[in-house]
Structure formats: structure tokens, C-alpha cells
Design a protein around this ligand. Structure first.
Ligand SMILES: [Zn+2]
Length: 235
């Protein structure tokens, strides 16, 4: 399984492509795409696909059976069409910042109190993180956010690189991580917040912490005995 182009090149917002296939349900598959398909708690990019002067709006981008399908506002594209694609820049930028800020908060939860992050749902305006933590103390929340915002304020660079499952298996500190991947995962996209955190992640990330904003706590909910949810925005 290859790392998506959107993950590798999040700065690429326009590209040319050819329509490979249109499904019976109207999903358009391109020969290459820099649009991010919903996965790993991060929602899809939006934007437009142009065929000469005709514009098709993208409503959704999703993965199906290993293919990326672009769901458009109307039918009309056909296999073989040459198209020009433009990604919605504002949405992509917001999601990159929000996603990167989420890495910082998750790392704080894990490193300071040993929380185990079990999932997240990233949004343009609001994000939630689910985690397991015995003896969760609501009074610790301001500390988590102060700590995360202190790290963000450091403006540390965010390094991204692709490694292999095999390479991870050789590193004692990463072997546990590697074991968590399905066998068919060969290439792994790593995201490192320099000097603080290293995670495998296939989303779209900022180039650094500088200018990504300030995390603002919104609410916390209990999701069972030791399962918690924290929701936040980014200002
Ligand atoms: Zn990520």
C-alpha cells in the first residue's frame, strides 16, 4: 500500500489528471490524485475538477476497495477525460493545522499521564480525541492544554518521511508500533514533531508548529469507566 500523494505533498493544490473509471454510483477514479480521502479520523478534501471550462464540484472523496473515488455534484465525466483539479486551499490549510495540533495534544496526554489515545475525529472547526485513562482527573485538563500550547508556541519543525515496516521492526523503540500494522502495510509515513514526538500517520500535516494556532478546550465527556473524550477548537 503506497502513501497517498496528499500525505507526501500537502502543498500541492493543483494538478492534472485523467479519468480512469467512473463507477455505477458516479464515483470518479483518477489516474493520480492529491485529494485526501477520508481516513484515520481526518475528513476528505474538497475542491473542483475541471474539464475545459466545465466545473464539477467535489462533495466527497472516499476510499473503496483500495481505490480513491471522487464524488461530484453532477454526472458527466467519462473515462479518458483529461481534467485539471484544484483543491480547496482554506479547508486543506485548516485541516493541516488542526491535525498537527491534535498530534501535540495526544502526545501530551500520553507522555504526561499515560493516556492511550483510541481514536480521533478531526474537523475544520472542532476536533475530538478519545482516550483511555484510569483515574482521569478533570482538574488536569487546563494543564494538558497549557502544556500543548507551550509546545506549539515553541514553533518546532514537523518532519515527515517515509520508512518501511521492516525498518521500524529493527528499531527497539518502534517495533511495537510496527507490529500494530496489518501485514500488507509496507510503506509507513512518519510524522515527527522535532524533539517531542514521533508517530506513524497518513494524514496531511503542517510543516511546523509555528502559526498553527492555540488549542482551546471545549468539553469533556465520559465514554465508559476509563474512556474519555475531549473536544476542542483551534483559535
Ligand atoms: Zn497525523
Amino acid at each position: 500500500m503506497a502513501v497517498p500523494l496528499s500525505t507526501l505533498h500537502p502543498d500541492t493544490l493543483e494538478f492534472d489528471a485523467a479519468v480512469l473509471h467512473v463507477t455505477d454510483e458516479g464515483g470518479v477514479e483518477l489516474d493520480q490524485t492529491y485529494f485526501y480521502a477520508t481516513s484515520g479520523g481526518q475528513p476528505n478534501d474538497t475542491g473542483i475538477i475541471k474539464r475545459n471550462d466545465e466545473e464539477f464540484k467535489i462533495l466527497d472523496v472516499r476510499k473503496k476497495d483500495g481505490h480513491v473515488l471522487h464524488i461530484l455534484d453532477r454526472t458527466g465525466l467519462e473515462s479518458g477525460d483529461k481534467v485539471h483539479c484544484v483543491i480547496d486551499e482554506a479547508r486543506r490549510a485548516k485541516l493541516r493545522r488542526m491535525h498537527t495540533a491534535t498530534h501535540v495534544l495526544c502526545a501530551v496526554l500520553e507522555k504526561t499521564d499515560g493516556a492511550v489515545v483510541t481514536g480521533n475525529q478531526i474537523g475544520e472547526e472542532r476536533t475530538r480525541v478519545d482516550f483511555k485513562l484510569d483515574n482521569f482527573d478533570v482538574a488536569r485538563i487546563p494543564f494538558y492544554f497549557e502544556e500543548a500550547n507551550r509546545i506549539i508556541a515553541s514553533g518546532a519543525p514537523v518532519r515527515r518521511y517515509v520508512t518501511t515496516r521492516e525498518e521500524l521492526m529493527k528499531d527497539p523503540s518502534l517495533v511495537k508500533l510496527a507490529m500494530g500494522f496489518p501485514e500488507d502495510v509496507t510503506d509507513v509515513h512518519m510524522v515527527e514533531i522535532e524533539g517531542y514526538d514521533l508517530q506513524p500517520c497518513g494524514g496531511t500535516h503542517a510543516d511546523g508548529l509555528e502559526g498553527i494556532g492555540t488549542l482551546v478546550f471545549e468539553k469533556t465527556e465520559s465514554k465508559g469507566k476509563s474512556n474519555r473524550r475531549i473536544s476542542f477548537t483551534l483559535s
